[in-house]
Structure formats: structure tokens, C-alpha cells
Design a protein around this ligand. Structure first.
Ligand code: CA
Length: 296
């Protein structure tokens, strides 16, 4: 019990420190958007701290590394949560949107785009894509450094969800995603099986093996810079295979999947521990250590 109390105190201090640091660096539009959003919503992980003495997982003694850890601890509402990537126990926290509903939930959203009062610009530098930007209540990018750390501490599956401008939803998944470190230009690898609905069948084609490109770092295969051309940052091959950070969210966002254009009103890219993919709800209820590593 002593250990639980200590862990709780550490967590609270970290929350306060992180929130203060966030406030220092927010751009004006983000501050406005956040104030608007926080009038209506609270951070789920701050509001719903359960009594841990009722639980059995050793994840109780450490911090949640991703949204799947929160789901395993009984948090079933989609919303903003503070996660602590790298291991379950230490390092810097980051606020993310957790999708606790789609296909059993437990998804950590790393790119979120939707209509907002102050539409976020994704025309950002390498450093911004490295550390992340935006506001998880509305639109944001979690950051390549977090993606690298997470995908090298657990095996993650990748999922794309879009809401179509014409109505309906489409998705695409890949069994496993890894993102290399900055020295390797955050190179992305996809492996295993994939699934999708019709409109998004080709979104992940030619993605595996690409390096990340931003307006100030051109690592794509095109003679120019796809990020500079399109106002985003991504693992471009040429510029028209997939471009979910594309500029110009005016009512709808037009993204391209292997040259095929589609208009969407919401777009999310997310990851979840691969081990949890099959019958996730069953697994997380029976095996509470799912994907969670003990601290080194
Ligand atoms: Ca180029």
C-alpha cells in the first residue's frame, strides 16, 4: 500500500509539471482552442482515478505507457489521457486522445484531424514533428520521438479511421508498425497482415521503409519536397500515395490514397499493442499484464 501511495504522489506531481510546461509553449490558437475544449471536457486520466486497491495488475504500481494500459485498468471512455511511454514506470508524460471504442478500444491516437474553430496548421518543421504539436482535444500530432520510443518498447498495430464527407466510415489496419530513431530519420516499417475497407485499401501502400519528410528535411523519393508542396509532414514516397497531414482543411480534408482522392471530415491514425489485437476485450480482462513491461 505504501508503494501505491508513493506512485500516486509521483503521478500527481508529474501531471502538474507537465501541464505548466505545456502552457508555456502553446501557440495562441492552441490556447484558444484548449480553453474552449476544456470548458466542456476534462482529462479522463485526472478525473477518473480509481481506487487501485481493488485491482490486481502490477500495472497499478507504474504509470500507463499507452491507452491500452488505461483500458486494462478500467477506463472505458474515449478522451484525453496522460500516458508515459518508454516503460510503464518512468519518463516524460504526454497527453493523447485515447480511442476506447473502436474494435475493442485501447488505441493511442498519434494523428488527429477534424473540423475545429481554429484549424491547426500541419505545415511544421522537423523539430515540431519530432516533439509533437497541437491539442489532443481537437487536432494534434503526438510526435515522432514518442512513436519511436513506444514502437521499440512494445509491438504495436497500426490503424487508420476516417469519416467520409459523403457519410460513412472507412478504416485500414496493419498488424505491426515500428518507427526508427531520429538518426535513421524516423524510418517507418509495416509488417504482417493488413485489412481495410474499400476506400482506404491503398492508403498504406508503399509506406513501409520510407523516411519522414518535413518542410525543412527532404527525405522523400520525389525530386522536390512533398512536405513543402503539400503543407504537411509524413513518410512520403512520392507525394500522392498517402498524405494525411495535407494542408487545407476547409469543411473537408482531401487526402490521397495511392493517387485516389477522398474527402473526409475526420481522420485518426492510432496504435495499439499487437498482442492485444485478437479478441482484445477478452485478453485484457483475463491477462492484465498484456503488453506491460516491468521497469528495468
Ligand atoms: Ca525529395
Amino acid at each position: 500500500m505504501r508503494r501505491l501511495e508513493q506512485a500516486g504522489e509521483e503521478k500527481d506531481e508529474n501531471f502538474k509539471g507537465e501541464v505548466k510546461a505545456d502552457e508555456d509553449v502553446k501557440e495562441e490558437e492552441d490556447v484558444k482552442a484548449e480553453m474552449e475544449a476544456e470548458d466542456k471536457e476534462e482529462v479522463e486520466s485526472e478525473r477518473n482515478i480509481d481506487d487501485p486497491s481493488n485491482r490486481n495488475s502490477y500495472c497499478l504500481f507504474v504509470r500507463p505507457a499507452d491507452c491500452a494500459d488505461y483500458l486494462m485498468q478500467g477506463y472505458t471512455r474515449s478522451g484525453v489521457y496522460m500516458i508515459f511511454p518508454f516503460t510503464c514506470s518512468c519518463n516524460k508524460g504526454v497527453k493523447v486522445w485515447c480511442d476506447m471504442e473502436t474494435d475493442g478500444g485501447g488505441w493511442t491516437v498519434f494523428l488527429k484531424r477534424q473540423r475545429a474553430t481554429y484549424q491547426l496548421s500541419f505545415n511544421r518543421t522537423w523539430a515540431e514533428y519530432k516533439d509533437g504539436f497541437g491539442n489532443p482535444y481537437n487536432e494534434y500530432y503526438m510526435g515522432n520521438e514518442y512513436l519511436h520510443a513506444m514502437t521499440h518498447s512494445r509491438s504495436y498495430a497500426l490503424r487508420l479511421d476516417v469519416e467520409m464527407a459523403t457519410g460513412g466510415f472507412n478504416y485500414a489496419t496493419y498488424e505491426m508498425l515500428t518507427v526508427a530513431n531520429e538518426d535513421d530519420r524516423y524510418r517507418v516499417y509495416l509488417s504482417g497482415s493488413s485489412k481495410s475497407s474499400s476506400s482506404t485499401t491503398y492508403c498504406f501502400n508503399y509506406l513501409s521503409g520510407r523516411y519522414f519528410t518535413t518542410i525543412d528535411r527532404d527525405h522523400d523519393s520525389y525530386s522536390g519536397n512533398c512536405a513543402a508542396n503539400q503543407g504537411g509532414g509524413w513518410w512520403y514516397y512520392n507525394c500522392r500515395y498517402f498524405n494525411p497531414t495535407n494542408a487545407g482543411f476547409n469543411q473537408t480534408l482531401e487526402v490521397t490514397c495511392n493517387y485516389r482522392k477522398m474527402k473526409v471530415t475526420k481522420l485518426q491514425l492510432k496504435i495499439r499493442p499487437k498482442i492485444c489485437d485478437a479478441s482484445y476485450k477478452t485478453i485484457h480482462l483475463s491477462e492484465l499484464g498484456c503488453g506491460c513491461r516491468r521497469p528495468h
